[in-house]
Design a protein around this ligand. Structure first.
Ligand code: HEC
Length: 189
């Protein structure tokens, strides 16, 4: 049994050193202008989710989702995040799509994660990607505000939808009863 375990450890070391060797002599592509292969994406996503499960604190958002706080969150998003994650005009960001892995469009495909998860990703950033850590640029309060906004993109109160419409000339996306993106607030006026 001991021999078997040592054998496995030895094999893993050979694979690790072999992998680093391959990388060092330039066999692994470093270009960012292709889509990541499906297996790489799948592996990276699982590793990322598991790391977050392990490290992120399960905290509730201390900032209440009032109209003012959500509008603040929207403004923080527009100033700091939209250039990579897509603007309120609901266009994808070409710059965001040029990262490896690409930045997801958080307006067109709103997040479906708990707030502690989003807060953690924004505060700490995501290693080996274009996603910066925002803990030195934004206050904790502002990170919670943008988190409140991003987790409610399709469920915003009407005052915030009105602000969205006025500031971008585009109606805010609104989820229908089945949870699909459906009618816009503006359509009902
Ligand atoms: C310079 C480009 C850039 C900027 C600016 C940026 N991000 Fe990102 N962001 C990325 C990239 C690239 C990823 C994808 C990382 C990955 O796939 O693991 C990402 C991922 C994320 C994720 C994880 C999404 C998921 O599916 O779990 C969240 C949440 C996020 N960003 C929020 C923000 C917020 C909020 C801001 C502004 C405060 C912001 N980002 C600013 C590039 C950016």
């Amino acid at each position: 049994m001991r021999k078997f375990v040592l054998g496995v450890i030895f094999m893993l070391m050979v694979m690790e050193v072999g992998g680093i060797g391959f990388d060092l002599i330039g066999l692994i592509h470093k270009n960012a202008n292709t889509a990541p292969p499906q297996m790489e994406t799948h592996f990276a996503m699982s590793a990322m989710d598991n790391s977050m499960e392990r490290h992120a604190a399960r905290v509730n958002n201390p900032v209440p989702p009032t109209d003012e706080n959500l509008i603040e969150g929207l403004k923080i998003y527009t100033t700091n995040c939209a250039q990579c994650h897509g603007g309120l005009d609901r266009q994808t960001s070409v710059l965001g799509k040029s990262f490896y892995p690409p930045a997801p469009s958080l307006i067109l495909y709103p997040l479906d994660d708990p707030e502690w998860h989003v807060f953690y990703a924004v505060r700490t950033g995501i290693r080996y990607t274009g996603m910066p850590a925002w803990d030195k640029t934004l206050s904790e309060n502002d990170i919670w505000k943008v988190t409140a906004f991003l987790t409610r993109v399709e469920k915003l109160p009407s005052a915030v939808q009105d602000y969205w419409q006025k500031s971008s000339g585009t109606a805010a996306p609104v989820e229908d009863a089945e949870g699909h993106e459906g009618h816009n607030h503006a359509d009902h006026k």
